[in-house]
Design a protein around this ligand. Sequence first.
Ligand code: F6P
Length: 413
Amino acid sequence: MKRNVVVGQSGGPTAVINSSIAGVYFEAKQQGYQKVYGMIHGIEGFLQGKIVDLDEYLADPMGIELLKRTPSAFLGSCRFKMPAIEGHEDVYQKIIDIMEENEIDTLFYAGGNDSMDTVKMLSDYAAATGRKQTFMGVPKTIDNDLPITDHCPGYSSAAKYIGTSIKEIIRDNESFGAAKPTIVVVEIMGRHAGWLTAAAALAKGDDCSGCDAIYLPERTFDLDEFMAKVKHLAATKHSVVIAVSEGIHTADGKFVCEAGGAVLPVDAFGHKQLGGTASNLCRIIAAETGLKTRAIEFSTLQRAGSHISSLTDVNEAFESGRASARAAAEGKTALMPVLVRESQDPYLCGIDLHDIHDIANVEKPVPDEFITEDGCGITEAYLEYARPLIMGELIPVYVDGLPRHLVMKELFD
Ligand code: F6P
């Protein structure tokens, strides 16, 4: 008889990471596992023995439906870097011991690059010490920068949010017929990769003129060229909307948000917490041109907007969770489901499994063919890639006029 499994979430949340948890739960039960535990606040909480039996929330199918409509990490997240195995065997052994105590055969971890590193390290330790426990990744990141997979669950919903919001911003800014335009700079997440910022290009269509310029971290940012572009746009248009990645940096490697000597906090993985790029640029634009500016930072909103999730994304996140659980039931370990685009029109995506060692810690940048020659625009090839991903909507369950979420009370104990 199959024993138990545990699933955890880690890193920045997305609008659909909970769909993946629902998928793991659903499939693990189908495969005959007894208990599906959730780890509270990822591996950090697990090391303190914090787990919860998910039957309490998900045994009722309505629980799964609500979870699919709940943004953020239902189980709680963490940014916890596993130490090197050598010299820290006790940390790894503790995780194995907690698994053994709770008769847990497999640990699933949903996250991005850093979280896949955790899966890799744990599976390496288990292999090196001859343990029978298995470890599986479940992909998630709004940044869309995991390699091998066509795209990452979480990206498409954030892209849909960004395309929609940029469209609404352009609509708003175009409504003023003033002789001098307001310059709007919108800052979008994606630390080192510009996938999310590229999604600003989705706004353009029959009813929207689209962004005037889009700056990704894949290209070095030149302030003089940027200002020349802004001045030209201001002289020729009555509305200017520009999208910039939070990760744009100048030739000296400094983030634009660090300009003016800002000291950015650093997380456990050594990542600087970015933010303030749009405000910095607006300050410079206003000082040099005297024009009215508006800085908009999508910040948390772009990864928490489950009211506008892509149904394609929700389904792919759920199926990725299921694929991971199915593979674990077959005795596999150290793998992550990857999305494989089988057909573009009609859009069809299958799921394969790939060795975690090729995925952990590798960041996939936006390829050259998706960026225009001048470095501040997005090509049609990107739009062809991204458009199918944002298709479909999952309507929230509304209570008192607001979307209803599933909340785990143990998170607040
Ligand atoms: O890793 C996903 C991500 O959303 C990045 O795009 C962003 O830079 C980062 O997380 C923000 O992290 P935090 O929420 O810890 O500030």
